[in-house]
Design a protein around this ligand. Structure first.
Ligand SMILES: Cc1cc2nc3c(=O)[nH]c(=O)nc-3n(C[C@H](O)[C@H](O)[C@H](O)COP(=O)(O)O)c2cc1C
Length: 177
């Protein structure tokens, strides 16, 4: 029997009750039965990026991250914007993938869910495509502004248009595999 396809989902927010986590959980519910969908939980444990450490002292959480990325058939990134930019913790993760080429040619989807988010959304597209060589189709990107108005008090995505847009992005990603 062929192995299941796998999707690794990465949130750029470390906040308890994060809207971005909620969106990733929602997408997990859309995954076909023969897909393994995993939400990465190691973001807070990654050391600050230091290219010098890659010469024999790569931290084990970074090795694990790279292994997860290597094993994933596709990756979804869902992030807020902080201070008009990419959250530092997510940028740190992405910096660790430059040298390893972990996202080179990898089918990607990008969702930026924030109050505004357009700066981080543009920056992430540039990083993922131009710096990291990811396969990020234009229709696998989605900006969700005023994200908290699209959730209910229990952290569920309730806005119909947002749900439809999430379905569409997820389907584009799956067809890119
Ligand atoms: C320190 C700080 C800075 C923020 N800066 C921005 C910003 O520049 N642009 C924006 O769209 N939202 C900004 N926000 C709002 C967050 O995007 C918003 O709180 C979002 O819901 C966070 O995502 P999460 O719910 O997944 O944690 C900021 C929030 C904080 C706490």
């Amino acid at each position: 029997m062929p192995a299941n396809k796998s999707v690794l989902a990465i949130s750029g927010s470390l906040r308890a009750g994060s809207s971005n986590h909620a969106i990733l959980r929602y997408l997990g519910g859309l995954a076909p039965a023969d897909f393994d969908y995993v939400i990465y939980d190691g973001l807070a444990g990654l050391a600050h990026f230091d290219p010098g450490l890659d010469a024999g002292q790569t931290p084990s959480p970074v090795i694990e991250l790279r292994q997860l990325l290597a094993n994933a058939d596709a990756v979804i990134i869902c992030s807020p914007e902080y201070a008009f930019g990419v959250p530092g913790s997510l940028k740190n993760l992405l910096d660790w993938t430059v040298g390893s080429g972990s996202l080179e040619g990898k089918p990607l989807a990008l969702i930026t869910a924030s109050t505004g988010g357009q700066h981080a959304h543009a920056a992430l597209q540039l990083i993922l495509k131009s710096a990291l060589g990811g396969n990020l189709p234009a229709d696998a990107t989605l900006l969700i502004p005023f994200v908290r108005t699209k959730m209910d008090g229990g952290g569920n995505v309730v806005d119909i248009e947002t749900k439809e847009a999430l379905h569409q992005v997820f389907n584009v990603l799956l067809t890119a595999l």
